[in-house]
Write a protein that binds this ligand. Sequence first.
Ligand code: FES
Length: 134
Amino acid sequence: MFYNDKVLEHFFDPKNIGEIPDADGVGTIGDPACGDCIKLYIKVEDRRITDIKFKVYGCPAAIGTSSITTEIAMGKTLDEAYQIDDEDVIRALGGLPDQKIHCSVLCPAALRLAILDYVSKLRQQVLEGKQAEN
Ligand code: FES
């Protein structure tokens, strides 16, 4: 099994690694089949993702696909970011070994969960009569 240079670049030097302590949305997901797990944080302003970070316990493909997913999502509207899927991730990386295709599903799923978490918090603010700030 061989990873291409782009995957290796994102594996050895992943972008947007870390946490956002005051994140507007957080998504966590794991793959029970392999035990890999991703936690992803977003900051939102004017319905756009203005910051995004992730922590991952996983294989090189999980790290590489998470890194590129955060690069794709940065600056996107929430609607655009919600549409990012495994095919976008694989295309941006220039491909993945067949045995690692499934790894590309995790981070887009964590991103969707983070967006849903943000929307859920916004909804709660509205229900409580608070002014939405984002
Ligand atoms: Fe589990 Fe790659 S083997 S995400």
